[in-house]
Structure formats: C-alpha cells, structure tokens
Design a protein around this ligand. Structure first.
Ligand SMILES: O=C(CO)COP(=O)(O)O
Ligand SMILES: O=C[C@H](O)COP(=O)(O)O
Ligand SMILES: [Zn+2]
Ligand SMILES: [Zn+2]
Length: 415
C-alpha cells in the first residue's frame, strides 16, 4: 500500500497547461490532491490562457478556452472555422474509452473537437441492460455521457462541443428529455447541459420538417443552444432508420429548400446549422458506389447570399454527414463551401476494432488462460488480459485515425 502511494506521481499538475505555465518556477511542486481540487474548481470557468497575446488561433475567439463550450463560444468557433477553412470532426462516442481516445487525439493535434452521442450511442452509455421504453436509457445515457464529458474535457485543455446526433420523428421524446435536462442545467448554471443537438426530420414532409425544427429552435434559443437540422436525406442507416432504398433525388438537397430553412430559422436564432444532402451516405461502401457533389454546397451558399442580400459569401453553416470513406478532396471541397462540421463514425468504429483485433491475434497464446503462456506454464497472464491493456490498443488506433481526420479537415494546429 505504502509502495503504491510512493508511486503516485505527486509532481503531476492536473491543471490545464496555460494555468500550469502561470505558476512561478519558485513555487513548490503542487501535491496532486491540491492540483486536482484546483482543476475541479477551474474546469469550465472562463479562464484566459497566459499565452493569449501570442496565440493567433481559434482560442482567441473563445471566452472559455478548455472543456465543454456553449452559446456564443460555439458560434464564434464555427465562424472562425468557416473563415479559416477548416471543419471540426464530430466523433460518435459510446463509452468513456471512445471519449478519451477522441480527446487525446484532438489535444495532441491542438484542435477543437465535437463529441456526439446518437440515440443508440446514448443508450449504450446507460448500459444495454437498461430498458429504453419511452427513450429512458437514451435520455439517462445522454445525460450521463454529457456529465462525464463535461468533467473530463478540461483535463485535455481543448474546447469541446458537446452534441447529439440525428433524432428522427419517432425519437423526438429523446430530444424532449434531453432538452428538459438542458433547461434544468440552465436554471442552475446559466447554460445548457449540451452545447447543441441535432433534429433530423428529413424524411418527413418538408413544411413539417421546417416548422417543427423552428419550434425546437425556439425552445433552444433562450439557452443560446445550437441546433443542427437535416434537409435532404443521408443515405444508409442511422438510429436504426434504414435509408438505403431512398429515391436518389432526395440525396441531393435543392438550394431553394436550404433558403426556406434559413428564412424560417434565422429570425429565431443565429445558432443553427444545416446538414444538406449532397449524396452523403452513412457507412463505407465499395469505391464508386457513393457519388458526392460537394460543389452543390457552393450553389446553396451563393443562392442564400443572393436572397439574403448579405455581404458574406457563405452565410450558411453546413454539416457533412457520412464522413467515413470520403476523400480528402471531398472534405476540402465541402470545407471551401462552408462545411464547419464533418461527422465521422464508421471509420472510427473500425479503427477502434483494429487495435483490439491485432492485440488479441498477436497475444492469443497469452490470453488463452489466466495462467500459462509460451514463456512458462506457471506464468500469470494478468497483465495481458487487463482491459486497460487491450482496450487501450483500440483507443490508440482510434486516436490515430482521428488525427488523420484532423489533418484532412485542416483542423490540426488551429488552437
Ligand atoms: O454522419 C454520421 C453520423 O451522423 C457518420 O457517418 P459515417 O458513419 O459514414 O462516418
Ligand atoms: O448517424 C449515424 C451514426 O453513425 C450513428 O449511428 P448509430 O445510430 O448506429 O449509433
Ligand atoms: Zn438523416
Ligand atoms: Zn449522420
């Protein structure tokens, strides 16, 4: 026991690094417990980093530099991304392990990040053993995941947008439950629990989609909460909704439809983005099967600019769904037309698996039993089957794939 305490690193400071830097070198090394208390006190507070004057990056436009950001910080970060031609990857997370793998990648690449939970991913956060009648598990899991992300994100010293993904008509009770949690959190802390949500009524009648989305934006607006909506359908599958057979035309949104959305939503709040379909499909398919037309997004921006009669060339915040399997050229084209968020799930699910798969295959003789391996029949295998060892391998490969995305989306080194 004493030995374990001696191994505890007392010289590790858990503060975000800009605070760390602000400690005069003559100060004694902070005991971990004090540093941790200080981190807890400071996390999510509005702290200016010591290097603000020299740092010409996205942090300059944020009042909260690290941890989950909300309200105007979200707006300012997305505006900054649009101006500086990068998009923030939105990673679907389902566990603390996938959260930390994502945060680690973004921290190492000095990038902002969006972490999102789908309805199914949120239920998984609660545990597959919890009933999802009336969206109970999806609501409870989303709240648990949000609180976890809120508490750990400041330790990675990067700004994080906390988001939820899709939400078709039949899942609206899930969104209602999360909004109730947001309102409760807002009453206590002056900000919503989640930075943003998505509502996806793209399979419904267009007028109903826009009118219902507007109602939800009216509910989110007093909390300065962001809402992403979808018009035109993302193919493939999402939230158990199978869009594999939809009419091909629905996969390409028309500029008039986008402007209709803008016209309805912009008087309510500036905090909204549009997932316009330009051939996007969830999942990864044989090359040639998915035909993306990111140039259509440029047409949407031009049409909206002309109608609004604004100075800005790209008045819309656009979202790229179905990022997995797409090329750097497709991302770059989308980003040049105002894509500020790219959703990436399938490629990361696979990346997470590969680390674990390779570990299991390479170490199969060390994990076949608790005791006994090629080095001796009495050798214990605990250090090989500890989940912190093999799950970590998945985190590493997932992190590496996220770093690739951060580089492809021009997000790396933007902080
Ligand atoms: O759009 C997505 C989540 O909303 C992710 O799509 P992919 O799984 O194709 O990356
Ligand atoms: O929208 C699609 C995302 O990949 C989420 O998928 P999921 O519903 O399987 O969690
Ligand atoms: Zn959709
Ligand atoms: Zn999607």
């Amino acid at each position: 026991m004493i030995q374990k305490e001696q191994h505890f690193p007392t010289n590790i400071c858990f503060l975000p690094c800009h605070l760390n830097l602000s400690l005069p070198p003559s100060l004694p090394i902070q005991p971990a417990s004090l540093a941790l208390r200080s981190f807890i006190n400071h996390s999510n507070l509005n702290i200016s980093p010591i290097n603000q004057s020299v740092n010409m990056g996205a942090l300059d436009v944020l009042s909260r530099k690290s941890g989950v950001i909300v309200g105007d910080d979200v707006l300012n970060l997305l505006k900054y991304a649009k101006e500086h031609k990068f998009a923030i990857p939105a990673i679907n997370v389902t566990s603390s392990s996938t959260v930390v793998a994502s945060l680690e990648a973004a921290r190492d690449a000095k990038s902002p990040l969006i972490l999102q939970m789908s309805q199914g991913g949120a239920a998984y956060f609660a545990g597959k053993g919890v009933s999802n009648t009336d969206q109970f598990a999806s609501i409870a899991g989303a709240i648990a995941g949000a609180n976890y992300i809120r508490s750990i994100a400041p330790a990675y010293d990067i700004p994080v947008i906390l988001h939820t993904d899709h939400c078709a008509k039949k899942l609206l009770p899930w969104l209602d439950g999360m909004l109730a949690a947001d309102e409760k959190y807002f009453a206590e802390h002056g900000e919503p629990l989640f930075s943003s949500h998505m509502i996806d009524l793209s399979e419904e009648d267009k007028e109903w989609n826009i009118a219902t989305t507007k109602k939800y934006l009216q509910r989110a607006a007093p909390m300065k909460q962001w809402l992403e909506m979808e018009i035109g359908i993302t193919g493939g599958e999402e939230d158990g909704v199978d869009n594999t057979g939809v009419d091909n035309n629905s996969l390409y949104t028309q500029p008039e439809d986008i402007y209709e959305v803008y016209k309805a939503l912009s008087p309510v709040s500036p905090y909204f983005s549009i997932a316009a379909a330009f051939g996007n499909v969830h999942g990864v398919y044989k090359p040639g099967n998915v035909k993306l037309h990111p140039e259509l997004l440029g047409k949407h921006q031009a049409y909206a600019k002309e109608k609004i009669n604004c100075k800005e060339d790209k008045p819309l915040f656009l979202v790229f769904h179905g990022g997995s399997g797409s090329s750097k050229e497709e991302f770059t084209a989308g980003i040049s037309h105002g894509v500020v968020k790219v959703n990436l799930d399938t490629d990361l699910q696979y990346a997470y698996l590969t680390g674990i798969r390779d570990y299991v295959l390479n170490k199969k003789d060390f994990i076949a039993s608790q005791v006994g391996n090629p080095e001796g029949e009495d050798k214990p295998n605990k250090k090989y089957f500890d989940p912190r060892v093999w799950v970590r391998e998945g985190e590493k490969t997932m992190s590496a794939r996220i770093k690739e995305a951060l580089s492809d989306f021009n997000t790396a080194n933007q902080l």
